[in-house]
Design a binder for this molecule. Sequence first.
Ligand code: DQQ
Length: 497
Amino acid sequence: NAMLQWQRTGFHFQPEKNWMNDPNGPVYYKGWYHLFYQYNPDGAIWGNKIAWGHAASRDLLRWRHLPVAMSPDQWYDINGVWSGSATVLPDGRIVMLYTGSTNASVQVQCLAFPTDPSDPLLINWTKYENNPVMYPPPGVGEKDFRDPTTAWFDGSDDTWRLVIGSKDDHHAGMVMTYKTKDFIDYELVPGLLHRVPGTGMWECIDLYPVGGLRGIDMTEAVAAASNNGGGDVLHVMKESSDDDRHDYYALGRYDAAKNTWTPLDSDADVGIGLRYDWGKFYASKTFYDPSKKRRVLWGWVGETDSEHADVAKGWASLQSIPRTVVLDTKTGSNLLQWPVEEVETLRTNSTNLGGVTVEHGSVFPLSLHRATQLDIEASFRLDPLDVAAAKEADVGYNCSTSGGTTGRGTLGPFGLLVLADARRHSGDMERTGVYFYVARGLDGGLRTHFCHDETRSSHANAGVYLFNNATSARVNVTRLVVHEMDSSYNQAYMTSL
Ligand code: DQQ
């Protein structure tokens, strides 16, 4: 069916068919990036036979599909080979830890290794003969113990450490630390690394350092901290909240000796309240890429299609475009994310359309070739006189509830209407808005909201428009470069191998 074909992605990773959820064990090995993922080889829905799908890439964009890496075939993972993480040892060997759901549906941690370490594609995996290596500790529910992180080395006692998320019987989300010398015997480190009442099960914990512009490996950060206090390095803790299915993070300080992680924003009882993403984005995981010295983030993007539609399509879900994550050094209070630089290699024709002014209350189309996949760089500048004149106080602007692209304010909304088609609906163009809204806070300062509006989205693949729905402000589009993207390449490459 041509329509269903059309809905396949251009650049986002998807298996050739069937269900996918969490990204697992991302790692760079002998020149290849590896992505494993929660996969149902039998159909387009999640089930109790989840395996680890596997793909490898040289550039994080063009993927080679590989055979299923691990299937639920042992008593300790017969109900699912669930999420886990890779650790690269100093000699280059890889250790994989994952959660098995046992024949009694108990969550246990299991160990696996590449069968042939000389194979850069890591096609075959061997499960450790004496799995499982960790059981739920006393006081922790049998079904509340999953998703081990990447381990890091701590030179103070020459152990590897990792964390696992859980919840307690007061519905508090919590993070436990384990240490091990050999990845076979583990010791629970006393105390909890973190705990937040009322947040439920914490899935897929991620814990990693951020500092300047380059990424930092966790082992490196722990070593630096014990030598010189660690400088300005902060540690991100992320949890995937099973209660509301969003990924939350906070910046904090990790103290290895005390086994504590303390959020910077200590007043927030929640402790972890920032979102990576306001769309569908869950069970994410980062890895340190030694080849480009960066930290890269993947997240599972579930689709909003019904289960019925997924079954009809024969597939469900994609992975986000991998993103480089850095600390926002300007604010020191949040992260910045950007698609990995490799995305730019997909740009073909580029058109420079900057240097225009969009008057208030106007919409106009950009003259582009018809293209289904675009990468748009844009900078907007409000007229300073309009900004100075804006008196209106921001009484709680909200991207979702303040009218989207049709709202009206003194300094917004303005921006782009993409996937827009004026012919389909007279007077009410189908479009997806990507826009800004600037408001003056009660303290007199300006706040910029960056939003998207899907309420009039459709499958239209026609035009891109500039719009400015502010009541009086003019907007200068100082830079506007539209890159057409080579969208055929990814899928063609995947199927040709
Ligand atoms: N998905 C896995 C679990 C994890 C959950 C099972 C998060 O390991 O907690 O498919 O989406």
